[in-house]
Write a protein that binds this ligand. Sequence first.
Ligand SMILES: Nc1ncnc2c1ncn2[C@@H]1O[C@H](COP(=O)(O)OP(=O)(O)O)[C@@H](O)[C@H]1O
Ligand SMILES: [Mg+2]
Length: 254
Amino acid sequence: MEEGLLRIREVSKHFGGVYAVNGVSLDVKEGGICGLVGPNGSGKSTLFNTILGIHRPDGGNIYFNGNCINCLAPHQIYALGLVNAFQLPRLFYQMSVLDNMLVAARGQQGDKLLNSLFLRRKWQEQEKGLIEEALEILELMELDKWAFSLAGELSGGQRKLLEVARALMAKPTLLLLDEPAAGINPVLGRKMFQKLEDLSRNGTTFFIVEHRLEILFEFASWIYVMDRGKTVVGGEPEDISEEPAFYRAYLGEE
Ligand SMILES: Nc1ncnc2c1ncn2[C@@H]1O[C@H](COP(=O)(O)OP(=O)(O)O)[C@@H](O)[C@H]1O
Ligand SMILES: [Mg+2]
């Protein structure tokens, strides 16, 4: 049997008497966009925060790339390549778009090497490589024209794109996005998902919570539906949109 890149087994997280996540099992396969949907309060964000090590699960196991990660701290999970775009520090509005990308870069040795003239050259080469990488990602997100503008001058939608672009500097294996299209216009939202789909063909897998179902269903290869702390159904978007359990989750049942 093919193993998921991310495997969640019987994971629970409760807050007092609230079972925010209640025995969830699911797999995110490598490649493509996997979507997670469900009505408000169904436990999507809590599940994401549990995957990321922000919450420790009360029960169950989470495996990423074959490693059990439920006892790891968020920075250790990040180091394994499981990254959340909206968890990074906020954008620095007084800094250029490019500088925002560079400060987010991982494995930057500049600080350590800066003091040594001997190693200066190596540092400069590395910095040059990072700048090239950053510009490439900015181009992908259609932000390259603003590389030298202040991040504060970007529109709301472009800031969202920049947050995703920064997360990509970490070269994540799996990128979690909690409502990336929230608050941006539908045209830009679709464009963003188009870019994510392109990226998903080049080695980054996406696991995305999104309320804009029409956009998510167009680009996702698999959708899980949560309702009251549980996953009630999973499948291809075409099939999910015909699942009674999907409608029950949204319409509620007494
Ligand atoms: N830190 C918290 N403390 C207490 N209750 C929480 C906390 N986070 C979420 N909850 C509760 O857990 C349930 C699921 O919330 P959440 O995961 O945010 O749902 P969703 O992201 O699907 O809207 C809700 O009832 C919410 O009130
Ligand atoms: Mg949420």
